[in-house]
Each structure stands twice: as C-alpha cells, then as structure tokens.
Design a protein around this ligand. Structure first.
Ligand code: F1P
Length: 371
C-alpha cells in the first residue's frame, strides 16, 4: 500500500478502534495488498497447478462454497468456462451434499473447486467428503487457511493467509480469493498472460482513494431505502455478494438480479427511495444502460460501475475503472466501492459490520456442535 490518502484512510479507521466496524473498514481499505499476496501464491503454485490440470483432463468443473463463497463460485464458474472452454457449474455446498444427482454430471470425473475463507464450514467439508467417496475427480481448495480441513481434503490447496480477517463479513478475504481464482484461470489458459493481473492491486488502491467519498455519501444518504444490484455473466455473482454485504452489514432491503431479469417483475419495487446499482459489462453495455434509463424514469437513482465512463444522462453516479484490462480480468475491481457503500450504510443504521446480526464467522452444523 503506497498511496498517502489510502494510508490516511486506513490510519483513520485504526484510530477509530472504538468505532463499531473498524475491522471491516480496515480490511476493505487494505485488501489490495492481499491481492498482491494472492498473485504470488498462484505464481508459486504454477507447476503444481498445470500438472493438476494436465493430469485431470476433466470434462467439467464444479465450483462450490457457502454464502459469500457460493457467490464467489457464481463469479468463478462462468469465468472458468469462458477461459478454459470446459463446462463449469457453481452450486451451494448444501446442494452438492444433499442432491448430488441433480448437480454432478452423470459421466466423467469433474474437477471440484471448493472455495472457503475458513476451510472449516461443515456443509462444504461434508460435500467434499461425500463427493470424493463417489468420484475420482481431483479437488482444488481456494481459501485463506492452509492448515484447514478443506485444504487437507484437497489434492491442491491455494491458501492466501493475507486474506484472513477479523470481521465476520467477508470483504478482503472475498476479493483475495477472487484474485486467486482469476489468476488460476489465467495461468491455465495462457501463463504468459498472468503478469497482466499484476496491476490489479494498484488499480484497487486508486479506486478506493478516488471513490471512498462517493461510497460514504451514498451509503449515508437517508433517501435510499431499497438497493438493487444488477449484473450479468460473472457480474451476477458480484451483484449477489454486494447484495449480501448490504443485507448482513446494514440490515437493509436489498436484492440482486441478472440485469435483464429486473424488468420481469422485480422492477415493480422501484420508487423514489431506490438506488439501482448496475455492474456494467462491455459485452451487454447497451442493453444494461437501457434498463438503468428505465429505472431512472420510474424514480430511482442509479449508480454505475464500469470500465468506461457513462454520461450524466445515463447515470446519477458512476465509478469508472479505466483499467485497460479485459472484461474478464477486472472483475475484482467492482468490489471495494460496493463494500464501502454497505459499510457506510451500516454506520447510518447503527449496525456493527464486524459482527453482523445473527451471524458467525463459520457455520457449524448441529452434529458437529453436538459432538
Ligand atoms: C462461509 C460463510 C460466509 C459468511 C459467514 C458464514 O464461510 O457462509 O460466507 O460470510 O461468515 O460462513 P467460508 O466457508 O467461506 O469460511
């Protein structure tokens, strides 16, 4: 981390040690440094990863996790299919555990990618154990704890210690695991391209410095009572995660939809107290901007996150990446501002995002609790 303003922001968050949610704010502000660590982990595992991929010759890839890490799976599966040309499917670990016949391909030996910050979530552990009893496909773990049960159950573990966090709400861990998955997909597609991801941390720091005040302004704007996050392709998983952050951190009314799905009913909820947040793609930009224009006509205000700027006629507020990276390489850049939006909404609502209402850092099922 080398940006003076970012340092001041981080120091300010540390100085507010008695303020609720200071772990969350600090972890959001420092996540780009953890992205650097994730890139180094993948580079260090380059040989093992390419050997696993070459040996596996898998027909399919299954990606699984719970909560935030299920939403991360929804980002990673389309990315893997697009880059590697293999069928890839995301599912909650509970579906893999309880309804395997509905999610595991009837033939072949898919590669199973499990994503888990803690590596200790009961459903994910049980799902991998059951999967390995019936399938000979390899298992790859992406998370933050190299000494976890899920790491031990897997053929290869990609653990980024720097992603670990104090807050229950995943922020730094989530984006760090995304960078690890992104780098893995890039490495297996064309290892010469891996270095292009090295700019992500500095772009992340720049976005935080540039848009921190906008996120605070919107997060603390009492006018907004409903938040709708729209994204398509891998951006749908990002929309789901941003939605979960808004819910678990601030207890606000929020939902996530595929962009074009929003017209088919959910837009009935749009009013003057609504903020619609559009995670714009390059591929479907014109279609997505049309949806946002219609929501403004219904009274909503709109926040657009995109690579290229949009006009004032197309959005009320905007975050521009201007990264020069490909559409599939810049996915993590959507996260920091959306995490800050939820953090400041939590502050407005008097919530403590370090310890969200009703939540624990790891979900342990009854049986484990009883033993
Ligand atoms: C999964 C998870 C988190 C959520 C909360 C409860 O944890 O659902 O996504 O934020 O902490 O557990 P993990 O398997 O990624 O450690």
């Amino acid at each position: 981390m080398n940006d003076p303003e970012l340092l001041r922001n981080t120091q300010a968050s540390h100085d507010q040690a008695n303020v609720q949610g200071h772990h969350t704010l600090s972890e959001i502000l420092t996540q780009p440094a953890a992205w650097r660590a994730a890139l180094e982990v993948i580079k260090s595992k380059q040989t093992a990863l390419t050997e696993l991929w070459r040996e596996e010759r898998c027909s399919d890839i299954l990606v699984t996790g719970c909560g935030s890490t299920y939403y991360l799976s929804l980002i990673v599966a389309p990315l893997l299919q697009q880059l590697l040309g293999k069928r890839a499917r995301a599912m909650p670990a509970s579906e893999l555990l309880l309804f395997p016949a509905t999610v595991v391909p009837p033939d072949g030996n898919p590669l199973l990618v499990t994503i888990s910050r803690s590596g200790s979530t009961s459903e994910t552990i049980r799902a991998v154990e059951a999967y390995r009893q019936h399938q000979s496909g390899k298992a790859l773990y992406i998370g933050c704890y190299a000494d976890s049960v899920l790491a031990a159950l897997s053929d290869l573990s990609l653990a980024v210690r720097e992603g670990q966090e104090q807050s229950v709400a995943q922020t730094r861990s989530f984006s760090t695991m995304l960078v690890a998955a992104q780098a893995t997909a890039t490495l297996l597609t064309n290892k010469e391209e891996l270095h292009t991801l090295d700019v992500l941390p500095s772009y992340g720091e720049r976005l935080i410095v540039t848009y921190h005040s906008l996120a605070r302004q919107l997060g603390q704007q009492p006018r907004f009572e409903r938040f709708y996050f729209l994204g398509s392709g891998s951006r749908y998983g990002l929309a789901c995660e941003a939605n979960l952050k808004m819910k678990e951190m601030s207890l606000s009314i929020a939902e996530a939809f595929h962009f074009m799905e929003f017209r088919h009913g959910p837009m009935s909820m749009v009013n003057e107290r609504t903020l619609v947040i559009g995670l714009l793609s390059d591929t479907a930009r014109a279609y997505e901007l049309a949806v946002l224009r219609e929501m403004r006509a219904l009274g909503a205000q709109t926040l657009v996150l995109s690579e290229q700027a949009v006009t004032e006629q197309e959005a009320d507020y905007q975050v521009c990446f201007e990264s020069g990276l490909s559409e599939s390489s810049r996915l993590v850049l959507y996260l920091p501002v959306l995490q800050l939006l939820s953090y400041y909404r939590a502050m407005l609502n008097g919530q403590n995002p370090d310890q969200p209402h009703n939540l624990t850092a790891v979900v342990t099922l009854e049986a484990e609790r009883a033993s």
